[in-house]
Ligand binder design. Structure first.
Ligand code: AMP
Length: 333
């Protein structure tokens, strides 16, 4: 199947072709026709399956083809995501796929000044991609109204529930029109998600997709059994002796993330004859929820550009991040 058979409009086909996509992924084939018909959808899918385009393309098409009444630009699509990084990634996807259409969007998350977000809302946007906490905050200040939303997407719903966003999400949904299209994506389908989905979806189609190749086929996996105190030494040894160019390390606490980052950077400094610290000579950077948004974005960008070799992260901060060419991932602790 190719994209032409999915009944997508020309501006979308052109943007997809600019991205170099040749054919739709399975979840895109399964979801797009139903979403173009306006159906609700329950998607069991992880990052890496192409799920963002699966929902973004039909949403942009709907917003472009059906013009709103009235002069002001109402918010017509709302996407909720658990983390700032994922929200930013989704927003960028919307802007990439919608670059030949007139749609406008904003990404909203906490930890940064609300002023640019409020300004964008005031100027008018069609699509809001947001983490629940800051969105609710702006709603409480009367800076946006959601009674014009036609499509709601909950992405990584299982993670949003794990992170305790359920009350915020319910408050947000209460402000939406009852008549709307609702899409829920989740990597796992525990009972609470199924129950929650049942309460917000109306006669949904269900689609399920795993990444194009299961992890085991894409990735060679190894496990080393070591005493806790030797883990960091093993990591240094692996970094030193193998061809590990871009490495993602997961720790289960923010404290451990900071410790591993510090120890790896000290390790590389000790190896330098001058012992001088500069940004370029850093080996690792850390991301977790106590870091400022700017610091997190900068670390992720430097990692993507290959300026640092190791990104150390808590599982939650790194969830859903799409970085091309990661050669190694490891779990410390
Ligand atoms: P997602 O699962 O939405 O996070 O997407 C994972 C990656 O797949 C992203 O880098 C997308 O740009 C890419 N992608 C999405 N759809 C396609 C497609 N049809 N062909 C090739 N790459 C795609």
């Amino acid at each position: 199947m190719n994209f032409n058979e999915l009944n997508l409009i020309k501006p979308l086909l052109k943007a997809i072709s600019d991205e170099g996509y040749v054919e739709p992924t399975p979840i895109q084939v399964m979801a797009i026709p139903h979403l173009l018909e306006g159906r609700d959808l329950m998607g069991c899918a992880q990052t890496g399956t192409g799920k963002t385009a699966a929902f973004a393309l039909p949403i942009i098409q709907k917003l472009t083809e059906e013009k709103p009444k009235g002069r002001r630009r109402p918010i017509r699509a709302l996407v909720l995501a658990p983390t700032r990084e994922l929200a930013t990634q989704i927003y960028r996807s919307f802007m990439t796929y919608g670059k030949y259409t007139p749609i406008r969007g904003v990404v909203i998350f906490g930890g940064v000044s609300q002023v640019p977000q409020a300004d964008a809302l005031y100027a008018g946007v069609d699509i809001v991609v947001a983490t629940p906490g800051r969105l609710l905050d702006l709603m409480n200040q009367g800076l946006l109204r959601l009674d014009t939303v036609e499509v709601l997407v909950l992405d990584e719903a299982d993670r949003m529930l794990d992170m305790g966003f359920i009350i915020d999400i319910k408050k947000i949904i209460r402000e939406l029109p009852k008549k709307r299209q609702t899409l829920l994506f989740s990597a796992t389908l525990p009972k609470d998600i199924v129950r929650f989905a049942g309460s917000i979806l109306n006669n949904p189609v269900s689609v399920e997709a795993s990444p194009e190749m299961p992890t085991v086929e894409l990735t060679e996996q190894k496990i080393y059994f070591v005493e806790r105190i030797h883990k960091i030494d093993l990591l240094k040894h692996l970094l030193e002796n193998s061809e590990f160019f871009r490495v993602l390390v997961f720790c289960d606490t923010k404290y451990m993330v900071d410790r591993v980052e510090t120890q790896l950077n000290r390790f590389i400094q000790d190896k330098k004859p001058s012992g001088k610290q500069n940004r370029r000579s850093r080996l690792a950077e850390a991301i977790h929820s106590d870091k400022s948004q700017r610091a997190r974005e900068r670390a992720l960008d430097r990692f993507k550009m290959g300026e640092i070799q190791v990104l150390v992260a808590t599982d939650i901060a790194a969830r859903g991040i799409d970085v091309v060419d990661i050669d190694h991932q490891g779990q410390v602790e």
